[in-house]
Design a protein around this ligand. Structure first.
Ligand code: E4P
Length: 216
């Protein structure tokens, strides 16, 4: 499973990248706004800065919701760097745009996916990635991991190439369960990635080893 970091924060991206385990980055308008990135030139520059930091796919989301504007926006985003993947919302014009991008050699990430039916449409349109939001599914009293399992099952038996990108990760257990459920990629905040390191027996064991090392 590939690890992406889900943030527009350059310090977090650098910290995860320095671990040597980072395969890419996802952003969204909320994450960009959180970093105070405003105006088209600054937005494009910020994506370029992320691409300069990480050698892997970087999802950059379109802000428009009609087909022609999404295509125009996506072309500009894709021109920033070869690793840019255009992130498109799961709406009717979004599916049309994903098909257009696919036919024109531009890779896409279909975002805001909450059902297997939506994941089938994204794959039919040729999306490179589909992003089921498992944390938000859990928040609405459904089972986000079960959704990953269902999409994985459908994609396997139907032979779809679209990669399942588990998104809206809230903790380290979500990462482990996504891996078990067959997600190809997990996009996580830095805290969830670092959460994988934690085990009290590791801390206790290391303290004991360091104490005994003094007797060596
Ligand atoms: C996916 O690419 C989105 O950026 C993200 O995972 C949404 O997560 P949230 O539900 O924590 O906002």
């Amino acid at each position: 499973m590939k690890f992406f970091i889900d943030t527009a924060n350059l310090a977090h991206i650098k910290e995860a990248n320095d671990l040597g385990i980072l395969d890419g980055v996802t952003t969204n308008p909320s994450l960009m706004a959180k970093e105070g990135i405003k105006g088209q030139d600054n937005i494009l520059k910020h994506y370029a800065d992320i691409c300069a930091l990480v050698d892997g796919d970087v999802s950059a989301e379109v802000l428009s919701t009609d087909f022609s504007s999404m295509v125009e926006e996506g072309k500009k985003l894709a021109a920033i760097h070869k690793n840019i993947v255009v992130k498109v919302p799961m709406i009717k014009d979004g599916i049309k745009a994903i098909k257009w991008f696919t036919d024109n050699g531009i890779r896409t990430n279909c975002t805001l996916v909450f059902s297997a039916g939506q994941a089938i449409l994204a794959a039919k349109a040729g999306a490179s990635y589909v992003s089921p939001f498992i944390g938000r599914v859990d928040d609405s009293n459904w089972d986000g991991i079960q959704l990953i399992e269902q999409i994985n099952h459908i994609y396997s038996i139907q032979g779809f190439d679209t990669q399942i990108l588990a998104a809206s990760i809230r903790n380290a257990l979500h990462i482990v369960r996504s891996a078990e459920a067959g997600a190809h990629v997990c996009t996580c905040p830095l805290d969830s990635i670092l959460g994988l390191l934690k085990h009290p027996l590791t801390d206790i064991g290391l303290a004991k080893f360091l104490e005994d090392a003094k007797k060596m």
